[in-house]
Design a protein around this ligand. Structure first.
Ligand code: ADP
Ligand code: MG
Length: 312
């Protein structure tokens, strides 16, 4: 199968001229119609085999995740998804793989009315690069730099499950009862509706891809502030709560791949209900740095961040 047959067969759909797409796949450029008074919010994320996923991963899950991590960036900024491009390097034409990959990809794209409008296809080591295009009313994009001392720190959903599932997969923790956490690792849910609902409310926002401590750290650095987190307030699944304490701390604070939103809001500000639990996990402080208080109100030693509690 040639490059053009492959694109037609797996990535072009009869309805690809969706709302707001003046020109989709087939020309040298796509053309999207901007909503008056809005800015384009644009983000790219690349997934490389061996680095971001294993060759054995289910292709449908991979298609889902490749788009999900990009939509998560739009969510963090409060954007409404409008379309995406897909640049794909494939070692060979594997039709079963392509069918699974495109199914997982389009299921999530359809759920967010975010059409595939173009891309590039080439032969090479498996590499998936997606660029998403979203919109927000001018001046309403959520950014990292607006957190103020006294603001409350909030997080959506639950933390640490993706990391715990990964450790179970690697055989570093017993996988008994942890199968239910696999979707957290393989099929993360981007918090797109929450991001949009936080426009005009959140003073700063970021999605958690590298772990709460690191990603909140980006907000603190951009805003020129510090923070204190309340360890017992960090939301966790019963499966994670059943792990040894050090492993819980590792997963909650440095887990990664959570794709929840962490954001700040002025104290007492009413928060939107998008059917997703939101947890108040700490407060912004003037002193730089991130502090974490345990159940007894004691500060955790700063060394926790440099430890990998799963390494044997
Ligand atoms: P060019 O050579 O001008 O870069 P291509 O021949 O690579 O264009 O692509 C032909 C058309 O197919 C273009 O509209 C391009 O956006 C689209 N396309 C190529 N690869 C993909 C892909 N993986 N997914 C979606 N559209 C693609
Ligand atoms: Mg090309």
């Amino acid at each position: 199968m040639g490059e053009f047959d492959l694109i037609r067969r797996y990535f072009t759909r009869p309805d690809h001229t969706a709302h707001g797409v003046a020109v989709g796949i087939g020309d040298d450029c796509a053309a999207l119609v901007p909503t008056p008074g809005h800015h384009w919010l644009i983000s790219s994320d690349m997934l490389v085999e061996g680095r971001h996923f294993l060759p054995t991963v289910d292709p449908a899950a991979l298609g889902h995740k490749a788009l999900a991590v990009n939509l998560s960036d739009l969510a963090a900024c409060g954007a409404t998804p409008r379309g995406f491009t897909l640049a794909l390097a494939l070692p060979r034409v594997d039709e079963a793989w392509l069918a699974g990959f495109s199914q997982g990809l389009f299921a999530l794209a359809d759920a967010h009315a975010c059409p595939l409008v173009g891309g590039d296809t080439t032969q090479g080591p498996l590499n998936i690069c997606i660029t998403v295009f979203g919109e927000a009313p001018a001046g309403q994009m959520l950014r990292r730099n607006g957190a103020k001392p006294g603001d409350e720190i909030w997080v959506s959903g639950r933390l640490g499950d993706a990391r715990l599932a990964l450790e179970a997969f690697r055989g570093r923790v017993s996988s008994a009862g942890l199968d239910v956490l696999r979707p957290a690792m393989e099929r993360p849910t981007p918090r797109v509706a929450l991001g949009q609902a936080l426009r005009g409310i959140a003073t700063s926002s970021i999605d958690i891809s590298d772990g709460l401590a690191g990603d909140l750290g980006h907000i603190l650095a951009a805003s020129g502030v510090g923070a204190c987190l309340d360890l017992p307030a960090l939301p966790r699944s019963p499966q994670l709560a059943a792990q040894p304490r050090a492993a819980q701390i590792e997963c909650l604070l440095a887990g990664g791949d959570d794709y929840e939103l962490v954001f700040t809001a002025s104290p007492g500000h009413a928060l939107p209900d998008v059917g997703l639990p939101l947890y108040r996990i700490g407060v912004i402080e003037p002193e730089p740095g991130l502090r974490v208080r345990d159940e007894a109100g004691q500060l955790l030693p700063t060394s926790w961040r440099s430890f990998d509690h799963f390494k044997s």
